[in-house]
Design a protein around this ligand. Structure first.
Ligand SMILES: C[S@@+](CC[C@H](N)C(=O)[O-])C[C@H]1O[C@@H](n2cnc3c(N)ncnc32)[C@H](O)[C@@H]1O
Length: 380
């Protein structure tokens, strides 16, 4: 007699065992079903809004389509692409919410963000499934785009529902920390947070990218260091990035390779900075009277002795298969007083970095020395 072996989770497209961050490619409904039950502390979900049906909105003073991509059009497998149908969308929301409920720990909780198009269905499905509704946060966006039709109020909020796994859950809420963050006053359920800043979009844009500040607040409020956080519709990876920064473990699920690559760029950028901040402690002082560039690009003749022809050709062969995903040059100014990094900047040259150091209000004598780091990140 043959026994059917259980279907295993596919290999992650990115796995960082040191920081416990894993990214999976695929349909979250299929992937969630393969994760073990009662193992996740916190879920943040920003599901498709099914908004991409040909409407228009205003962005940076221009009329643009609201279409976000194929993932945001409702696809009925039996009928092919069709206009969004309320019952089907509700069934979809119910299915992924039930899958999330199964993997949440008994005291785990879940946050779901959305606009009016989807959030009422999400709330109703949560009630049907027996989640315990905790709060509905109004995320207020300052400076929203104007309403072009002049027939509605300007859309300036998104709702984020926070719910515990079930009625018995004793969910985590870091009340004190939230009060401290709010200058000693109890934090309200209205949060004014700016949309993603330019630096958050430097590797590319996701049409519905959430600000890192929003995810950081959510994680700080309702999870602790070492907790496992999951995002079933990860997009550009904002949840995974917030988890990495706040020392939580993370699992991110996403359908699109393009957005997974974007996530990887955001994560690796942060991983490099984490390592650097640790290693700067080990730099020994080796002072020179004048500023000089001692990085590899500043050297011509002092290549290490072991760079023989054989090794060179091997590494050339290897590098031909690698994809350069990021390249940057950063200058760290180490303070004269406390010997810590007092200013860090991305700049093409040392002169440019010094100019920015001065522009930031520092005097050149504030720095004891400057570390230049050149980073190239390759996808293996
Ligand atoms: C609203 S966006 C999430 C944006 C994300 N919060 C961020 O900060 O970038 C939804 C994402 O879910 C993905 N998606 C849609 N349907 C999916 C599915 N069934 N399984 C996995 N990912 C899906 C889309 O590709 C899209 O990137």
């Amino acid at each position: 007699m043959t026994t059917k072996s259980p279907i295993k989770l596919p290999a992650p497209v990115f796995d960082d065992p040191r920081h416990h961050i894993r990214l999976y490619h695929g349909d979250s409904l299929e992937l969630l079903a393969l994760l073990p039950e009662s193992t996740v502390d916190l879920i943040f979900a920003d599901p498709p809004y099914f908004l991409s049906n040909g409407g228009i909105t205003c962005h940076a003073g221009r009329m643009v389509s609201v279409n976000k991509g194929a993932w945001d059009k409702f696809q009925d497998p039996a009928l092919g692409p069709v206009r969004a149908r309320i019952e089907n969308i509700h069934e979809f929301n119910r299915s992924w919410l039930a899958a999330c409920q199964r993997i949440l720990k008994p005291n785990g909780s879940l946050w779901v963000s959305g606009t009016a198009h989807v959030i009422h269905s999400v709330g109703f499905a949560m009630q049907q499934l027996g989640f315990k509704l905790l709060n509905d946060i109004s995320w207020v966006k300052p400076n929203p785009p104007p309403n072009l039709s002049c027939r509605y109020f300007t859309h300036s909020t998104e709702t984020i529902i926070w719910a515990a796994r079930d009625k018995k859950s004793r969910h985590t809420f870091n009340y004190k920390l939230m009060k401290e963050t709010n200058r000693g006053k109890q934090m309200k359920s209205v949060w004014e947070i700016k949309p993603p800043e330019t630096w958050e979009r430097r590797f590319g844009k996701h049409p519905t990218q959430k600000p890192l500040a929003l995810l950081e607040r959510i994680l700080l409020a309702s999870s602790n260091e070492g907790d496992l956080v999951l995002d079933p519709f990860s997009g550009s990876g904002t949840t995974a990035l917030a988890a990495l920064r706040l020392r939580r473990e993370a699992i991110a699920l996403e359908l699109s390779y393009e957005y997974l690559a974007l996530t990887l760029q955001r994560l690796t950028q942060d991983l490099v900075r984490v390592e650097l901040s640790l290693t700067t402690l080990q730099f020994s002082l080796d002072l020179f009277p004048n500023l000089m560039d001692r990085s590899c690009s500043g050297r011509t003749s002092d290549r290490p002795a072991d760079s023989g022809a054989n090794q060179k050709s091997q590494s050339r062969e290897m590098s031909a298969n690698l994809q350069l995903v990021q390249q940057e040059c950063r200058f760290h100014f180490i303070g004269r007083q406390n010997r810590a990094v007092i200013f860090s900047v991305l700049a093409p040259t040392l002169d440019d970095a010094l100019q920015q150091f001065r522009n930031s209000g520092h005097s050149p004598s504030d720095a004891l020395f400057i570390i230049k780091t050149e980073t190239q990140i390759f996808l293996a």
